[in-house]
Design a protein around this ligand. Structure first.
Ligand SMILES: [Zn+2]
Length: 508
């Protein structure tokens, strides 16, 4: 690939990355090889699947191994402050953990640069700013702005504005340097009144035009769905690599002369991009390898000490809450697949179980709909299920609402949820109502829904926020929605979907 951008101006936001020593007597040979490591969508600091995969202590080791070979930069493409079981716990009298454990783990693992994911804005404005301040890594955000007293401003990190682009100057042992310009964009799915989202493609193009004379290569860090990445890549063919997040399965998608990559969520894998650049010919070659983060990778000792401390903290807080993370809920006679691609990809046993839990908690309803995106475990469950596993399955918790929907609206929600939303968090699991994918029809008690009738539906409270993909019409005020019932009694199973799920599992 030909050189894309070249020039002589240096930006004020240049960060230096490189080998500590320049070999005496060696001269800049005009050729440089650097590594960009990519993780995305990491919610657990500890390994998963009984310790077999993932874990930030292993990511730390891989970063050190690559950095020993050549200049290396570790990038996180967003989604790390939320959700997690640890994040929901009280840190002290005033605050909850809310991603602090992840920032500390990323600091010790040697993360260099991040952009926001949509889940960064699950936590409060104040908490987001606190987490940014605690981070020792860099941030880049091209399209997300902080709204303060009605004015759009960049978020700040240790007193400085978070920049819409960052230039990293990496240099090798003989003194050859490579200037990589990064931009970072985030999909606007998490609307908060303290956030403003600029158009992703337009803002990315704008900053690329600004930095083009100061860099050798531009890399995009993107947190959006793959079809949005593909559209951006089509319009920005001058960017050779898009380091993507938001999707949870590893993928490498070529679009013309560029490529989008995503690693598996929870650092089960990591992408290692090796960039080979020749200044004279202005040729760039990128080799992208998907690296398993498995038991073959030892824990970095410093990271492991930190992570074990957080695990112990978690166990102590669960005990204070009267939750015994080790307490048995049930023993499964079959494996329960909670992987994201399974629960969001179509009907699944775990999705059905959660929908059944809603019906159990709200037996006077006609049927239940459950957004499978609230299942966050992204892991296989088998054998003994503990209370901790329930928290891992549904870390957000949340109430179960009883809502009256018109037959027309219920049918639209179910068709959107069970067809259009396949692969997304808005994929709906159903109980006591059926969607037939072959005929694309919905039946209730064997018949189509009567559009003129109203049906009583049990659903998680999140579905009535209007924030779910394609289901923005599920919102109080819609004339086809009436009688939204929300319980206050903490003893009622409708007060927390996790209580309902525990009860359903115990009764099996
Ligand atoms: Zn995301």
């Amino acid at each position: 690939m030909k050189l894309l951008f070249r020039g002589t101006l240096y930006s004020l936001c240049i960060l230096l990355v490189g080998c500590k020593t320049t070999k005496i007597g060696q001269k800049d040979d005009g050729r440089i090889e650097v590594s960009i490591l990519q993780i995305n969508d990491v919610y657990e600091i500890s390994p998963l699947e009984n310790g077999r995969v993932g874990g930030m202590a292993r990511v730390a080791t891989i970063k050190k191994q690559y950095a020993a070979q050549r200049p290396t930069c570790l990038v996180h493409a967003g989604d790390f402050l939320s959700p997690s079981v640890l994040g929901t716990l009280k840190y002290n009298d005033k605050e909850r953990v809310k991603g602090r454990q992840m920032v500390e783990s990323m600091n010790v693992a040697g993360v260099d640069l991040v952009t926001f994911g949509n889940h960064e804005f699950d936590i409060s404005e104040k908490e987001v700013q606190q987490r940014i301040e605690e981070s020792s890594f860099g941030w880049v955000s091209t399209n997300v702005f902080h709204v303060v007293e009605g004015k759009r401003k960049p978020f700040t990190h240790k007193g400085l504005d978070i920049r819409p682009y960052v230039i990293k100057q990496m240099h090798d042992a003989d003194g050859t340097s490579l200037r990589i310009g990064f931009f970072g964009v985030t999909l606007p799915s998490n609307a908060q009144n303290w956030l403003y989202y600029d158009d992703l493609i337009e803002s990315a193009k704008r900053v690329c035009a600004i930095m083009k004379d100061s860099v050798d290569v531009v890399i995009g860090i993107t947190h959006q769905e793959i079809d949005e990445d593909e559209e951006m890549a089509r319009q920005m063919q001058f960017v050779p690599l898009f380091i993507g997040g938001h999707d949870h399965n590893a993928m490498s998608v070529p679009v013309g002369q560029t490529r989008i990559t995503k690693a598996d969520a929870n650092a089960k894998t990591l992408y290692a991009h090796t960039l080979k650049y020749h200044h004279k010919s202005k040729k760039l070659e990128i080799i992208s390898d998907l690296i398993p983060v498995s038991q073959a990778v030892p824990f970095d000792s410093a990271a492991d000490v930190l992570i074990q401390r957080w695990e112990q903290f978690g166990n102590e807080r669960f005990a204070e809450m009267g939750i015994n993370p080790k307490e048995r809920v049930t023993e499964l006679t079959f494996p329960l697949d909670g992987l994201e691609q399974t629960v969001r990809g179509g009907p699944s046993a775990l999705g059905s179980l959660c929908a059944e839990a809603l019906s159990f908690a709200a037996p006077k309803t006609d049927f239940s709909i459950f957004n499978t995106g609230s299942i966050r475990i992204d892991d296989q469950l088998s054998g003994v299920i503990t209370q901790y596993d329930i928290l891992r399955i549904l870390p957000f918790g949340g109430k179960i609402l009883e809502v009256e929907l018109s037959g027309r609206l219920a049918e639209l929600a179910i068709k959107t949820g069970a067809k259009t939303n396949i692969g997304k968090g808005g994929y709906l699991a159903l109980d006591r109502i059926s969607y037939h994918s072959d005929t694309e029809t919905v039946t209730f008690q064997g018949k189509p829904l009567d559009h003129s009738k109203y049906y009583r539906v049990a659903m998680p409270e999140y579905l009535m926020t209007g924030k779910e993909s394609g289901l923005g019409f599920l919102l109080k005020g819609n004339v086809e929605i009436r009688d939204v019932v929300e319980v206050a009694n903490p003893e009622d199973f409708r007060s927390d979907v996790r209580k309902a799920l525990i009860s359903v599992l115990q009764r099996r």
